[in-house]
Write a protein that binds this ligand. Structure first.
Ligand code: GDP
Ligand code: IMO
Ligand code: MG
Length: 421
């Protein structure tokens, strides 16, 4: 079976930490979508590591790591990431596999991302500028370059054809970044990628599953950034929900087992777009400070607000979440009261459904308040030690969402995770 772990909000829910924790139960960790826009933070022997393309099982010697076909890879970022990890985990390359069907991000994809964002002015998505959107556009537009192409002797020709298409597109923009500066590094990194274990991953995975290997699919971004169901157009360009696992790894839906859905105890978003429960006040500022809410990939301050149970319930429905994980509970230690959006007021009517459009629709969240716990919980090591008001907050959340919380994370450390199932 393939279990799935994904973010239920707008990303940065703490997926990296949880995958790193759960990795002891799995033989294979597989990324199925996204690319270097992701920033998954883990602590290895106290040292902070941020992973972008490489699965978060890389620091476990028994774990094999697969970058699936649904991922878009920037060879330069991948090589840099490998060079950061190797001194910490010298056997990592023996355990890293890359699908030949994964698409490549080339320098002009990054230039197009930057130009398209600049042209949008105030309506910009707030893209990470890693070339994600343009690379997925070439994939669905049937122009893309795939990892398998780097093994072909016509690679440079194929690259030039795509680059020329991009150069024609770039002519419509006023500002174009100096992408030529990235080209030499790109070709050097492609040369390096040729030495990696490039596989026909769907057959490889099928063989592993037949051998009884346990697989965890690691999501990137979050459900509200999903290309179909997120707050379009302020989304990323891939399917971040469970459905993306099947197309992003080449596995049948019947293979999917447990689905872990991760939510913060509050909510954040980085980049533009609607965020109904955002707090543009001192409480929001205090959340940012307490949660150290700055992007792992771009360093941008994250927008902060209360947990949005309407959006969460939608995300759980879309992905068939069987186990919830609540992270960053310790961040709420000194907030009193704590609030949760339980409905929206749309056109004077109360609803628990996410409207089709959150950009032009006036949405006012209706909140329920909870007593805070006014004490640090980061040292708690079992459910019983948690304050009653925190337990009440959890019970209400579970009831509203119709899903059980399996773990509560109460700090950045690997061991700060309480099993409460
Ligand atoms: P990801 O993209 O979902 O992997 O999440 P990020 O790594 O981008 O952001 C999550 C941040 O929260 C990281 O800095 C983590 O170290 C941190 N974090 C994860 N879990 C907890 C927690 O329970 N408490 C606190 N205080 N920080 C946490
Ligand atoms: P992880 O995996 C948070 C956001 C960007 C932007 C929008 C589109 O760390 O949770 P893109 O570069 O994909 O074209 O940007 O999506 N975004 C993320 N926000 N966490 C992420 O990944 C994100 N990846 C993309 O900020 O608003
Ligand atoms: Mg992140």
């Amino acid at each position: 079976m393939i279990d799935v772990l994904l973010g239920l909000q707008w990303g940065d829910e703490g997926k990296g930490k949880i995958v790193d924790f759960l990795a002891s139960q799995y033989n294979i960790i597989a990324r199925f979508q996204g690319g270097p826009n992701a920033g998954h933070t883990l602590y290895v022997n106290g040292q902070k590591v941020v992973l972008h393309t490489i699965p978060s099982g890389v620091f476990h010697t028994h774990c094999t790591n697969l970058i699936g076909n649904g991922v878009v890879i920037d060879p330069v970022t991948l090589q840099k990431e490998i060079n950061t990890i190797l001194p910490l985990q010298s056997d990592m390359l023996d355990r890293l596999f890359v699908s030949q069907r994964a698409h490549l991000i080339i320098p002009t994809h990054r230039a197009l991302d930057a130009a398209s964002e600049a042209a949008k002015g105030n309506d910009k998505i707030g893209s990470t500028l890693k070339g994600i959107g343009p690379a997925y556009m070439d994939k669905t537009g049937r122009n893309g370059l795939r990892v398998g192409d780097i093994l072909s002797k016509n690679f440079t020709e194929k690259y030039n054809r795509l680059k020329d298409k991009h150069l024609a597109m770039l002519k419509q923009y006023d500002t174009v970044v100096d992408w030529q500066q990235w080209e030499a590094d790109f070709f050097a990194a492609v040369e390096y990628m040729r030495t990696l274990k490039i596989v026909n991953a769907e057959y490889w995975l099928e063989g592993q599953l037949a051998d009884g290997k346990r697989v965890l699919a690691e999501g990137a971004q979050g459900s509200m950034l999903d290309i179909d169901f997120g707050t379009y157009p302020f989304v990323t360009s891939s399917n971040t929900i469970t459905a993306g696992v099947c197309s992003g790894l080449g596995v049948a839906p019947s293979r999917v087992g447990e689905v872990y859905g991760i939510t913060k105890a509050y909510c954040t978003r980085v980049g533009g777009g609607p965020f109904p429960t955002e707090l543009n006040d001192e409480t929001g500022e205090a959340l940012r400070k307490a949660g150290n809410e700055f992007g792992a990939t771009t360093g941008r301050p994250r927008r902060c607000g209360w947990i949005d149970l309407v959006a969460l319930r939608y995300a759980i429905m879309l992905s068939g979440v069987t186990k919830l994980i609540m992270t960053k509970a310790d961040v709420l230690d000194s907030f009193n009261p704590i609030k949760a959006a339980v409905a929206y007021l749309v056109d004077g009517k109360e609803t628990k459904e996410l409207p089709y459009d959150l950009c032009d629709t006036d949405v006012t969240p209706i909140y329920q308040s909870f007593a805070g716990w006014d004490q640090p919980i980061s040292a708690c090591t079992s459910y019983n030690e948690l304050p009653q008001s925190f337990k009440d907050y959890c019970r209400f959340t579970e009831q509203y969402l119709g899903a059980k919380i399996a773990y509560v994370s109460n700090g950045t450390g690997r061991d700060q995770l309480l099993n409460i199932s």
